[in-house]
Design a protein around this ligand. Structure first.
Ligand code: NDP
Length: 246
């Protein structure tokens, strides 16, 4: 249990694996009440089952963040179940890292839809609730790719730069009642690394994952730190990367 986190109602996207799964466990252990979203019901059920078996409070909702109604359903579930929503963690993401010459338009579309449209869908769903409550926190998961672009990460980095800019724009408009946090991870050891990639790039990413990646719990710790601050304290931005990452 954590004094500031216990009882906090958190909706979290991308909770079925990797950083989202680690964050769900981190927050559950500190007493947060969780509403977890992702597309893969079986993986979501496994995360919810593990948390509840350990005495935590979690429910899963099948969510595709590219769909407005799904985000509204996630937020509505939190409000119906707990009477409020305190934090929305927008973590869902996809790493379709490919050279431009490969013309992976489906991958480009997926990244724009997930990172940009998906983030906006979450903001649209949660902001009216936060305004009504006169409290709430957005935690958006960006990437170090938004700080230094390395080929062939151009499209991925562009969408994560959009996450960074949207977060700062939202923070400036949020006023004194809301908190808005950007957490930008570096190389993290998750199944997402190399998933949307083939050939030399996939081999390089796998080599990097084995050689330098940090555990997803490192990012969960950073997200937890931003959430556990007292009301009125806004952790605006955290960059967390492996020491070995250039
Ligand atoms: P994972 O692939 O393990 O996790 C991605 C999560 O996002 C899964 O739970 C997946 O669930 C979910 N997701 C993907 N698309 C959608 C969608 N359209 N709707 C709902 N959920 C979706 O990878 P990570 O944990 O590494 O990624 C989490 C975040 O961290 C991403 O935003 C990623 O860009 C970011 N990040 C990761 C880094 C790394 O090195 N791993 C570095 C920097 C940032 P499902 O498929 O069940 O929907």
């Amino acid at each position: 249990m954590h004094e500031q986190v216990a009882g906090t109602v958190v909706a979290l996207t991308g909770a079925s694996s990797g950083i989202g799964e680690a964050t769900a466990h981190h927050l559950a252990a500190r007493g947060a009440r969780l509403v977890l979203g992702a597309r893969r019901q079986d993986r979501l059920d496994a995360v919810v089952g593990a948390i509840t078996a350990a005495g935590g409070d979690a429910v899963g909702v099948v969510v595709d963040v590219t769909r407005r109604d799904d985000l509204r359903h996630l937020v509505d579930t939190a409000v119906e179940r707990h009477g409020r929503l305190d934090v929305l963690v927008s973590n869902a993401g996809t790493m379709n890292v490919t050279p431009f010459d490969q013309l992976d338009q489906d991958g480009w579309d997926a990244m724009v839809a997930t990172h940009v449209t998906g983030l906006l869908n979450g903001i649209a769903a949660a902001l009216p609730v936060f305004r009504r409550q006169a409290s709430g926190q957005f935690v958006n998961v960006g990437s170090t790719a938004a700080y230094v672009v390395k080929a062939p990460q151009g499209v991925y980095a562009a969408t994560k730069t959009a996450v960074k800019i949207l977060t700062e724009g939202l923070r400036q408009e949020s006023g004194p009642d809301l908190r808005v946090t950007l957490v930008s991870p570096g190389f993290t050891d998750t199944e997402g690394v190399g998933k949307g990639t083939t050939g030399d790039v996939a081999a390089w990413m796998e080599q990097q994952r084995v050689a330098i990646a940090m555990p997803p719990s490192a990012v969960a710790n950073a997200i937890g730190f931003a959430i556990e601050q007292p009301a009125g304290v806004d952790v605006s931005e955290i960059v967390v990367r492996p020491t070995a990452q250039a």
